[in-house]
Structure formats: structure tokens, C-alpha cells
Design a protein around this ligand. Structure first.
Ligand code: SF4
Length: 106
């Protein structure tokens, strides 16, 4: 399963990202759901959100929608694997440099 940041043409990339992260307790923005409804990544984005995300709109599903689906389908929330966060070369390089310093100091 790909993380959404790897999607080729996410429609949300063309709009203010804050629309997908409403304040806690407020209603999910209709506009975000409508845009997700037209996005070619809707299904895989929703799957990602159900398995990994507690905040925001993913694949048109709010945090409450996803929580309900996890409960109905007995799906456990998973943390993204560390390597998924580290595939940005700059971040990886920074982490490797710090590991090297740590090794040299010990
Ligand atoms: S489904 Fe929605 S949140 Fe997911 S990539 Fe598409 S527009 Fe963005």
C-alpha cells in the first residue's frame, strides 16, 4: 500500500491543504469530500486513511467515518513504518549522518 504522498496526481495537491484538516470537533468540509470524490486515488487513499490516520480527510472519509469502519471491520490502526517516512533522500541523509555521529561518540 502506497502512502498518499506517492500518488501521481492527487487532486488535493491543487487546493489549500488545510481544507483536509478541519479543527477537531468541526464538521468535515463538504468541499474536501467532493474533491476526494473526483480523485483517481480515492480508494487507495481511503484504505491508507483507515489503516494509518487519526486526523483529517482521506479518500473522502472523515476521522469519524474511518473510526466507525475500523470498528465494523475489526481493523487495527497501524503506525506507518519508519522507512516509509525516511524515503525522502534529504531526511534519510540527515538521519544517517546523525547515526554516524552517534556511533563515533560511543
Ligand atoms: S482522495 Fe482526497 S485526500 Fe486522497 S489524494 Fe485524492 S484528493 Fe487527496
Amino acid at each position: 500500500m502506497r502512502p498518499p504522498r506517492e500518488f501521481e496526481t492527487p487532486l488535493c495537491a491543487q487546493v489549500d491543504g488545510e481544507l483536509w484538516f478541519p479543527e477537531k470537533g468541526s464538521a468535515p468540509p463538504v468541499e474536501a469530500r467532493m474533491i476526494c470524490g473526483r480523485c483517481s486515488h480515492k480508494t487507495e487513499c481511503a484504505e491508507w486513511g483507515i489503516k494509518h490516520e487519526t486526523h483529517g480527510i482521506w479518500g473522502g472519509l472523515s476521522s469519524r467515518d474511518r473510526q466507525r469502519l475500523r470498528k465494523q471491520l475489526n481493523i487495527k490502526l497501524e503506525q506507518p513504518r519508519v522507512e516509509e517516512w525516511l524515503d525522502n533522500a534529504q531526511i534519510r541523509s540527515s538521519v544517517e549522518r546523525n547515526q554516524y555521529k552517534g556511533d563515533a561518540a560511543s
